[in-house]
Design a protein around this ligand. Structure first.
Ligand code: SF4
Length: 333
C-alpha cells in the first residue's frame, strides 16, 4: 500500500498512505516494477548525462568546488535571513537578542577546513560534538552528526536539525523522517541494517575507533544521511551564510569518507552548500549535477512534501531518476 504514495501520488492517495511500519514486504517488488518502468523512460537521458563523466566539472549552474584550499566566502550569498522561499523550513526571524558571531576570515576558514579534511570518522565525530565555531552551539541540545553506513553507495544530505533532531541527535526523525524512510524503502534502501530495530541501532551507533558500529550490511542497500548544518538554528530559523560556511567542512569530509556513488540533496540549503547554487529546487531537479565528480540529484525535502502533497509525484520522479542513475553507474562499472 505504501508504494501507492509514490506510484499514484495524488493528494488523496498520499493521505491514505500508511506509516512505514505498515509497509509490507511487497513494497520492493512493486517498487522494482515501477522503478523498471521509470528506468526504461529515463535510461537514455541518464546515459547521455553520465556519458561525459567528467572529472570534477560541475553541470551548468552547479559550481562544484575543488578541495578547500580557499573555502568559499558567502560574499555573494543572499540576505542572511531570506524571505520564506525555503520550502522545507518555516523561517522564523532571529530576535535582535541573538548574539552575532563575527565572520571568519578567508584564512581562518581555510585553516579550519584543512584541519577537518584530515580527520577520520571517530575524530570527525568528536570534532562535531565539541564544535563551537558558530553561535548555534549556544542553543543546541546536541549536535547531529549523521547516521548510516560509512561506505554507503547512497548519501542523503538534508538541511539543518529541527527540534526533534536536536533532541534525538539524529537527522530526519519525526514525520519527515518517516516519509524519508518510505522514500528510501521505495528504492530498496535503508538507513539501518536492522529496520525493525533501527531506532535502537542508530541511537547506539556512536562508533568504535574509526569504524562506526553501523557498518554492517550491504553498502549498496544502505545510505548515509547527514545534514548541512550539525546544530539546530533557534526556532528553526534559516541558517546564516556564515554558519553554513563554518559547518561546511564537516559535510565535505563526510562525503570524502563515505565516497558515495550518488548523492541526493534534499532542500535549498543542501543545494546551496554543495552545489553553490541559489536556484529553486524546481529548476534544479530532473538534471544531473556533480559534486567533486559524484553524481548529484536534487529533490524536495520531506518536510516540504508533507505540506505539499501533490509534489510527491515530482519527488517520485526524482527517486526514479536517482535509481536510473545508480543503475547506469553500476552497468558502467
Ligand atoms: Fe559547529 Fe556546525 Fe554546530 Fe556551528 S552548526 S557549532 S559550525 S557543528
Amino acid at each position: 500500500m505504501g508504494i501507492r504514495l509514490w506510484t499514484n501520488p495524488s493528494a488523496e492517495a498520499a493521505r491514505a498512505a500508511p506509516a512505514p511500519a505498515a509497509v509490507g514486504p511487497d513494497i520492493a517488488a512493486t517498487t522494482d516494477t515501477a522503478a523498471a518502468r521509470e528506468r526504461a523512460s529515463t535510461e537514455a537521458a541518464v546515459a547521455v548525462a553520465l556519458a561525459p563523466a567528467p572529472a570534477p566539472v560541475p553541470s551548468a549552474g552547479a559550481a562544484a568546488p575543488a578541495r578547500p584550499a580557499a573555502p568559499v566566502r558567502p560574499a555573494s550569498a543572499p540576505p542572511s535571513r531570506p524571505a520564506p522561499s525555503n520550502p522545507a523550513r518555516a523561517a522564523t526571524p532571529a530576535p535582535a537578542s541573538e548574539p552575532a558571531q563575527p565572520a571568519l576570515s578567508d584564512a581562518e576558514l581555510a585553516e579550519r577546513a584543512a584541519t577537518i579534511a584530515t580527520l577520520a570518522w571517530a575524530p570527525l565525530r568528536e570534532a562535531v560534538a565539541a564544535c563551537t565555531a558558530c553561535g548555534l552551539c549556544e542553543s543546541r541540545k546536541q549536535t547531529v552528526f549523521g547516521v548510516g553506513h560509512p561506505q554507503a553507495e547512497w548519501m542523503i544530505v538534508g538541511e539543518a536539525p529541527g527540534e526533534q533532531e536536536d533532541i534525538a541527535g539524529e537527522p530526519f526523525v519525526g514525520q519527515a523522517g518517516k516519509l524519508l524512510d518510505q522514500m528510501l524503502r521505495a528504492l530498496g534502501l535503508s538507513r539501518t541494517d536492522e529496520p525493525s530495530t533501527g531506532r535502537e541501532v542508530r541511537a547506539d551507533a556512536r562508533g568504535v575507533g574509526d569504524r562506526p558500529v553501523d557498518a554492517e550490511g550491504d553498502p549498496a542497500r544502505r545510505v548515509f544521511i547527514a545534514n548541512t548544518l550539525k546544530c539546530r538554528p533557534p526556532r528553526n530559523r534559516n541558517p546564516e551564510p556564515d554558519e553554513l560556511a563554518r559547518c561546511e567542512p564537516f559535510l565535505r569530509r563526510q562525503v570524502e569518507l563515505v565516497r558515495p556513488r550518488v548523492i541526493l540533496l534534499m532542500g535549498r540549503y543542501a543545494v546551496k552548500t554543495l552545489l553553490k547554487s541559489d536556484e529553486a529546487i524546481g529548476r534544479l531537479r530532473g538534471r544531473l549535477h556533480r559534486y567533486e565528480g559524484i553524481p548529484v540529484i536534487v529533490t524536495y525535502h520531506p518536510a516540504y512534501l508533507l505540506r505539499n502533497l501533490p509534489d510527491k509525484a515530482k519527488a517520485w520522479e526524482d527517486l526514479c531518476f536517482a535509481a536510473a542513475t545508480m543503475a547506469a553507474l553500476r552497468d558502467k562499472a
